[in-house]
Design a protein around this ligand. Structure first.
Ligand code: ADP
Ligand code: MG
Length: 391
């Protein structure tokens, strides 16, 4: 073979490899303002046009869920239900019907801690404006909280409320549902490695080329970037509920967005609860339980459910774990020390989003936007992307 031919072949090979490398990469998109929260998507793709189309389709799906399920939108299906279902059965979409069925399942599973009719009292709070109902207002509205008031007719696909005053709000499950739908959309585009989060609800498919994704759990009494511990995950969903998400303090009492369906007051038995499971709808539906029932009862429930694990930050700041996580507990607790991850993969130093800006914190070679892509303000508070992928 002539030298010139070898040179030509080598130049061709380099050009080919360079081209391939440019097209196979982690693609990150961060979008604010859907469902009132931050949507983060990170995926591996060898076809940028397909990746962008997949992300657009995911965002369209999430906007659709927001349009249908938000109680802030007067024209949403849920707003329509709230306006009319006490008077007559309201025909609803199959999607909403199925999610209402799921929501009632979680009410039963959590001994009533999860209850979308919390909104019968919950609508009287406005945490941004520091507004809360009086005791008299709560007493009056409280009988309307009970998931059994939501009557679902599968034959006619309708929902009816058994009494006046009942309101529903899917804020405790719709984000998890949207994340699961988002993952479905990505899969339909052939994506096999991805992280999707909506606020405190996240789900991961695939790994990071032999390594897990690392998800940080925020320290409930520190800033958004302060990670309490880091959890390596593959093919899993994770949701964190925290009393620091939407709240105001008044006379030493914290009024926040998780409501105890039995009292109509903020549910304050823990500081945060994280649930890990197969689907984000499930982990979202279960992450409020500990606030309402307290750590012991909640752990009993989590331990009864085969496919979930949980960790709870108690009021005194100590952390308790469900059965499946206990073996990991000491390592996880060690991780409370800054910079120490629980048995991390060798190069899994996690960029902590708010505390350490992307550019300086991201490991060398990490795609731009990776650390910023972490849900900085979200309760999980955490960056997923831990490592630079080396396929
Ligand atoms: P995020 O909205 O960040 O995902 P959570 O998963 O902790 O936070 O959900 C909190 C939301 O759940 C509240 O804003 C409210 O819409 C809803 N919610 C509050 N209390 C209850 C409850 N007891 N059962 C079901 N949903 C609730
Ligand atoms: Mg949630």
């Amino acid at each position: 073979m002539s030298l010139r031919l070898i040179c030509t072949l080598m130049i061709g090979l380099v050009a080919y490899l360079g081209g391939a490398a440019a097209h196979a990469e982690w693609v990150t998109r961060v979008t604010d303002g859907i469902m009132g929260t931050r949507i983060t998507v990170e995926l591996w793709s060898d076809d940028d046009a397909n990746a962008q189309a997949a992300i657009e389709a995911l965002l369209a799906e999430m906007r659709h869920i927001d349009d249908s399920m938000s109680t802030y939108k007067p024209t949403s299906e849920v707003s329509l239900v709230n306006a009319k279902a006490a008077d007559a059965p309201v025909p609803i979409s199959k999607e909403l019907f199925d999610l209402l069925v799921t929501a009632k399942d979680y009410s039963r599973l959590t001994d009533g801690a999860f209850d979308i009719t919390y909104a019968s009292v919950g609508y009287l709070y406005d945490f941004r404006k520091r507004v809360r109902p009086s005791e008299a207002q709560i007493d009056k509205a409280l009988p309307a909280i009970n998931y059994e008031h939501v009557l679902l007719d599968p034959e006619h696909q309708t929902v009816r409320f058994s009494q006046k005053g009942v309101r529903i709000d899917l804020g405790g499950i719709a984000k998890g549902y949207a994340v699961d739908r988002g993952i479905d959309v990505l899969k339909s585009f052939g994506i096999t490695r991805a992280y999707v989060s909506a606020g405190g609800d996240s789900r991961i498919i695939g790994d990071r080329f032999g390594k897990p994704w690392i998800v940080g759990i925020r320290d409930p009494r520190k800033g958004p970037g302060e990670v309490l511990l880091r959890i390596p995950l593959v093919n899993a969903a994770i949701s964190t509920s925290g009393d620091y998400e939407r709240f105001f303090d008044e006379n030493g009492v914290r009024y926040h967005h998780i409501i105890d369906p039995h009292t109509g007051h903020s549910a304050s038995k823990v500081r945060s609860a994280t649930v890990i499971g197969p689907y984000a709808t499930r982990t979202d539906g279960l992450s409020k339980t500990a606030f309402v029932l307290g750590p012991e009862k909640a752990l009993e429930i989590y331990n009864r459910i085969d496919d979930v694990d949980a960790l709870i930050v108690k009021l005194d700041g100590t952390v308790v774990y469900s059965k499946g996580m206990r073996h990991a507990a000491p390592a996880a607790e060690n991780a409370a020390a800054p910079g120490v991850a629980p048995q991390p993969p060798p190069d899994a130093m996690v960029p902590t989003p708010a505390a350490t800006p992307a550019a300086s914190a991201a490991p060398q070679g990490t795609p731009a936007g990776t650390a910023a892509g972490a849900p900085a303000g979200g309760p999980t508070g955490a960056p997923v992307p831990a490592t630079t992928p080396r396929p």
